[in-house]
Design a binder for this molecule. Structure first.
Ligand code: PHE
Length: 454
């Protein structure tokens, strides 16, 4: 068996930007700001930060440890670390989760591209009703969304096939700074609108009366999704880290960047929404129906600025989606490349074609045909439910139990401290968290999401 030459990231910045690229995605823009505003503002943000720090970051470090130790795709990395025992199934499940998400995430990413196009040709103006109809017609159209799903997957393919350094790292180094810049431009424009202060207040006003157990679980679930935990992405990227990469510092930096983008997204959305008196909602309707309408109205007096802001917003959204999609695609590409001894190109092509099939079916299930509806849920919603609410908690839980209880602590300590060259001050805290706190917390979210815990 020929030994495969292992790719790696070329710089520390590359590691941070690529992994932050995976974390920063649609979840930051459409879910976080809304959840913060609805769940007590500043208090939610503090709870969220605590979840990221004490639960998200330890889980992230655990995946990094498995990935870097294995220096292989997620399935093989878990199998190596567990000595080929039954624990290997976590890795296979991680790959499967990553793969299943790739298809439906691409559908939403495809909508973003369609909206760039629509902004470009000046279609992003009209009445609130117009925006609603526009989105409904688009998402249930049998042709356009399928075409855009294929386009964005094709774009992802072009990046992935260039490899880790020339593809993923290079693209991230270009796209992430652009994304930050666009974010800042839109935040400034949004905060300068009349009455913008109300939106800032909605986001940051600490309302202690809104705090209850559900808020904690919501913050926890959001932090896991937002950090791309349990989808194989972090493990796969960590397999390209070098022996010098400081896993703890990297996880902290990525957690901070991701949270910062989420808060800035709130500062981009709410001041504009409140300045025109529109109540923001959550989910796809926020970004695809409410926001275009908000931008159109907020910048009514300055149509050129409105045009530019709407265009920039959808470029930003597409970049965020694309960097996350790259990491999802890479999970399966690395798997096929290494497990089935295909060239990277072939593996990437295979994943692209399979994801395009799943994505197209998900897209069609939203209305073009009702053949793909099961128990009242479309195929799209099923993928979302199974991956996000079932597989994610299971893989996250098992990863913590595996690292906390099954892997010899000496091995974990070696990776944590880069073989004794780094200070291991936080090692005991880390082990305590992954052994007890993280699994319990994940169990709670799981039961809560299934409605078994109120
Ligand atoms: N973290 C991404 C977001 O916030 C979602 C994602 C999950 C991306 C898993 C890749 C893998 O949107």
């Amino acid at each position: 068996m020929a030994k495969l030459e292992r790719a790696n990231f070329g710089s520390r910045l590359g590691v941070i930007l690529a992994t932050a690229g995976s974390a920063v995605g649609l979840g930051n823009v459409w879910r976080f700001p809304y959840m913060a505003g609805e769940n007590g503002g500043a208090v939610f943000i503090i709870i969220y930060a605590v979840c990221v720090l004490f639960l998200g970051i330890p889980c992230m470090i655990s995946e990094f440890i498995v990935g870097r130790h294995g220096r292989a795709n997620t399935a093989r990395a878990f199998s190596k670390m567990s000595g080929g025992t039954a624990w290997s199934f976590i890795g296979y499940m991680g790959v499967l989760t990553g793969f299943l998400i790739t298809g439906y995430y691409a559908v939403v990413a495809g909508w973003c591209i369609q909206y760039i196009w629509a902004s470009l040709i000046g279609l992003m103006q009209g009445s609130p009703e117009y925006f609603r109809t526009y989105f409904e017609e688009l998402s249930t159209d049998p042709v356009r969304p399928v075409m855009w799903t294929i386009v964005i997957l094709g774009l992802t393919y072009l990046i992935i096939e260039h490899g880790v350094r020339n593809g993923i790292e290079r693209a991230s180094k270009l796209m992430m700074p652009t994304l930050f810049l666009l974010l800042l431009v839109i935040v400034v424009a949004s905060c300068m609108l009349p009455n913008a202060g109300k939106g800032v207040k909605f986001l940051f006003y600490p309302d202690f009366t809104k705090i209850n157990g559900n808020v904690f679980l919501a913050a926890l679930g959001q932090s896991f999704y937002s950090l791309s935990i349990a989808m194989g992405c972090l493990c796969t990227y960590a397999s390209y880290f070098s022996k010098q990469t400081n896993l703890t510092n990297s996880a902290v930096q990525i957690g901070v960047l991701d949270s910062l983008v989420a808060i800035l997204a709130g500062l981009m959305i709410f001041p504009a929404a409140f300045s025109v008196g529109i109540n923001p909602d959550s989910g796809p309707s926020l970004i695809f129906i409410t926001l275009p309408n908000v931008f159109a109205q907020a910048f009514e007096g300055l149509p050129l600025l409105g045009y530019v802001i709407s265009l920039l917003f959808f470029v930003l959204l597409s970049l965020a989606a694309l960097t996350s999609l790259m990491s999802l695609h890479e999970v399966s590409t690395a798997f096929f490349h290494e497990e089935f001894f295909m060239t990277r190109k072939k593996a990437a092509l295979l994943v692209t074609v399979m994801a395009a099939c799943i994505g197209s079916l998900c897209s069609l299930s939203l209305g073009a045909t009702d053949v793909m509806t099961l128990f009242g849920k479309s195929l799209f919603d099923w993928f979302d439910f199974i991956t996000g609410q079932i597989f994610l908690p299971i893989v996250g839980f098992m990863t913590c139990v595996f690292i906390g209880w099954a892997v010899p602590h000496k091995l974990v300590h070696d990776e944590f401290t880069n073989w004794g060259t780094l200070n291991g001050r936080f090692f005991h805290l880390y082990i305590f968290l992954v052994k007890y706190v993280c699994p319990l917390a994940i169990l709670f979210i799981f039961l809560h999401q299934l409605g078994l815990l109120k």
